[in-house]
Design a protein around this ligand. Structure first.
Ligand code: GDP
Ligand code: IMO
Ligand code: MG
Length: 421
């Protein structure tokens, strides 16, 4: 048995989808364990270009079986659409995609409440994806959730009725329209009929895999610093994102999670509100132009910043990172000089990420090291040695700062545009 967790070491969108897609060739199981369809993972391979929200990004590997663990929250319409989209693209997942019946279902009121809470917060909003993630996890931990098991045990109608009584009061008080029981019931019964063939209790399947020679590839959603406990609270997401979440979200005992691949972008991006110490605010600068990205789920423009080694170092410690995949190194090409944050200061004193809260992090002074860039296009490079010396130095600097070997280097968005060391 081998268990490999793939985790983002920044604020999400590090390129986890691409990494899981190329690592999946040696996996028996590819699994999601946290978050929901707030995730947007880009995969570019021989089947085409995909923005995936719920199905594990490794399902393109024919021999891999996809698992969606009980720790994931599911918007059924998104799941059904994604399965249909994959089937149309020639990636048939029937019989090799299993969804835990323990997973919680995103209901229409979760999405409405997500939007209403954001609007009520005004300038202090989190900048959520408005997919209902906070409200569905709140219901999960306050025993108000609805799971797929509720359909099988005939509890669905009763639980929905009770929830609508509660939720409609809040929705109406916040100025929106009450939801109708019959229409929500019928809509979700329809979803259940379509999702049912994919529902399967994962416990024995996972246990059998752990006892035999199977390889599990665990795909985290979001990034380390969006974790509810260890991220920049309250500017975080509603689920645990560090590798231990795979234990709760899939039923894999922690002792088995021995390989942790940290996906690290060569610079930093963030979507939504919250501190980004190395943020580049000059929207006319070459680096702002070069680092610019559009979010895979919401289409928002991602905020950008220089590489922050204190963030990556902290992620390595927190997650027990054993190896790293550095993505988007190609994007730095043509910059004469590159800034790298090597630490933080407050009133002249060095501080670490964990010493300050989100509001404090917003005010830290970044200590920058200026390193020389390179002008060559590196997108065709196939080996580390082919990279310009300054690009090689950039990689080594990250290894020195984190103590984690960089085993893969992304030089383009497609599966093959990856250097393996
Ligand atoms: P995820 O959420 O971590 O899976 O990342 P996203 O898919 O949201 O965002 C990563 C973006 O970077 C996507 O547009 C990818 O296609 C792209 N990408 C990933 N790796 C590389 C790379 O090495 N080079 C370049 N140029 N793009 C990359
Ligand atoms: P992937 O898996 C980047 C951010 C949102 C917002 C905060 C809370 O593609 O890396 P939520 O909708 O979860 O309640 O929003 O979390 N966020 C992400 N940012 N990548 C993601 O996923 C994200 N999922 C949530 O922008 O700031
Ligand atoms: Mg993403």
């Amino acid at each position: 048995m081998t268990v490999i967790a793939v985790i983002g070491s920044q604020w999400g969108d590090e390129g986890k989808g691409k990494v899981v897609d190329f690592l999946a060739e040696r996996a028996d199981y590819v699994a999601r364990f946290n978050g929901g369809n707030n995730a947007g993972h880009t995969v570019i391979n021989e089947f085409g270009t995909f923005k995936i929200h719920l199905v594990p990004s490794g399902v393109f590997a024919r021999n891999a079986t996809g698992l969606i663990g009980g720790g994931v929250v599911i918007d059924p319409a998104v799941l059904i659409e994604e399965i249909e989209m994959l089937n149309k693209a020639g990636v048939n997942v029937d019989g090799r995609l299993w969804v835990s019946p323990r997973s919680h279902i995103i209901m229409p009121y979760h999405k409405i409440l997500d939007g209403l809470y954001e609007e009520a917060k005004g300038a202090g909003a989190t900048g959520t994806t408005r997919r209902g993630i906070g409200p569905v996890f709140a219901d999960k931990v306050s025993y108000n959730g609805i799971r797929w098991t509720d359909f099988a045990s005939d509890m669905f109608e009763q639980r929905l009725q009770m929830q609508l009584e509660l939720k409609n009061k809040i929705i109406v008080a916040l100025g929106s329209e009450a939801l109708k029981f019959e229409s929500v019931r019928d809509e979700y019964r329809g979803y259940y009929a379509k999702v049912k063939p994919y529902l399967k209790e994962l416990f024995s399947l996972v246990q059998d895999g752990l006892k035999t020679n199977k390889t599990f590839l665990l795909e985290q959603a979001m990034g380390t610093f969006l974790d509810t406990d260890w991220g920049t609270y309250p500017f975080v997401t509603a689920s645990t994102t560090i590798p231990s979440a795979a234990s709760a979200g899939l039923g894999i005992p922690p002792k088995y999670i021995q390989n942790v691949v940290g996906v690290t972008k060569a610079y930093t991006t963030r979507v939504g509100a919250g501190p980004l110490p190395t943020e580049i605010r000059d929207t006319k600068s070459a680096e702002y132009e070069q680092f610019g990205e559009v979010a895979a789920t919401t289409g928002r423009i991602r905020r950008v910043g220089w590489l922050d080694l204190e963030i990556v170092r902290t992620a390595a410690e927190l997650s027990g990172m054993t190896e790293m995949c550095l993505t988007k190194l190609d994007v730095l090409s043509s910059l004469k000089e590159v800034q790298v944050c090597v630490g933080y200061k407050v009133n002249g004193q060095s501080v670490r990420y964990m010493d300050v809260d989100a509001y404090g992090l917003d005010k830290v002074e970044c200590v920058y090291q200026t390193v020389p860039g390179w002008s060559e296009d590196i997108s065709k490079a196939k080996s580390f040695e082919e990279l310009p010396v300054n690009a090689q130095k950039y990689v080594k600097m990250i290894e020195d700062a984190t103590g984690v070997p960089v085993k893969w280097i992304g030089v383009g968005p497609a599966r093959g545009e990856t250097i393996r060391r």
